[in-house]
Write a protein that binds this ligand. Structure first.
Ligand SMILES: Nc1ncnc2c1ncn2[C@@H]1O[C@H](COP(=O)(O)OP(=O)(O)OP(=O)(O)O)[C@@H](O)[C@H]1O
Ligand SMILES: [Mg+2]
Length: 248
């Protein structure tokens, strides 16, 4: 579903991605881990065509997104839900209005249809009854859930989660990752998750890749990564979890 082929990306002469390649199969949950500033968000932005590689190709469902323009690019983007890191809600909109926004922008649906869809989506993410609240009245976990509902409303085939648990306490963070897992079970989207909650991420991902020095340093099943003898991987895993990786 997603195929990244040998991409290079530099900013002001500083190479962030170097000959980076990986693939994500349809329906797979793919976790991307790596230290801060390693280029995880940059990779996700390439997949939605917000950034273009200096060299290489990014294929989404077989289409080279780097060469798509106008309606063709919009069509592919419409199939991708993106939870941006620090992604904000519209603060002057209620939860309901935030989730309805993509439908008002991208469809010609009437108010009844929109209402039915929005309330169904809020129910799915555990926010039934919160539709009239404003973002300032929400907890961190509720903000993430609202953003998730807003991304889901377009029925995306691909979901990109850029640190969906940042700023949440560990229990709420686990609940959000469990929600991703359970909705993946219902909806079957292809997902890439960037998250530092490794203990939970290792439980829900089919494949884990470690980004290091601008390239995919290691890739494998969670079991393979956990049993890796590579010192870079070992150090990252124990550092990110402040001790040996434990399952809850
Ligand atoms: N638009 C941009 N212009 C210039 N430099 C950028 C831009 N976007 C990212 N970078 C640089 O690219 C590098 C990778 O950034 P990126 O945001 O992908 O890191 P990250 O792995 O997501 O880190 P974090 O875990 O902190 O979110 C950083 O050095 C960053 O400064
Ligand atoms: Mg980032």
């Amino acid at each position: 579903m997603i195929q990244i082929e040998n991409i290079y990306k530099s900013f002001n002469g500083f190479a962030v991605l170097k000959a980076l390649s990986f693939q994500v199969g349809k329906g797979e949950i793919f976790a991307l881990m790596g230290g801060s500033g390693n280029g995880k968000s940059v990779i996700l932005k390439h997949i939605v065509g917000l950034m273009k590689p200096d060299q290489g190709h990014v294929f989404v469902d077989g289409k080279d997104i780097c060469h798509l323009k106008g309606n063709h690019l919009e069509e592919i983007r419409g199939r991708i839900g993106f939870l941006f890191q620090n992604g904000a809600l519209f603060t002057s909109f209620t939860v309901y209005e935030n989730v309805a926004f993509p439908l008002r922008e991208k469809t010609k649906w009437g108010e009844n249809e929109i209402r039915e869809k929005v309330l169904m989506e809020l129910d799915q993410v555990g926010l039934a009854g919160a539709e009239n609240k404003y973002p300032a009245e929400l907890s961190g976990g509720m903000i993430k859930r609202t953003a998730f509902a807003r991304a889901l409303v377009k029925k995306p085939e691909i979901m990109l989660f850029d640190e969906p648990t940042t700023g949440l306490d560990p229990i709420t963070a686990h609940t959000i990752l469990d929600l991703i897992k359970s909705l993946h079970g219902h909806l079957g989207f292809t997902a890439i998750i960037v998250s530092h909650e490794l203990s939970r991420v290792f439980q829900i991902a089919h494949k884990v890749a470690m980004l290091h020095e601008g390239t995919i340093w290691t890739i494998g099943t969670p079991e393979e990564i956990l049993s890796s003898k590579d010192p870079v991987v070992r150090q990252f895993i124990s550092g990110a979890t402040e001790g040996p990786l434990k399952f809850y």
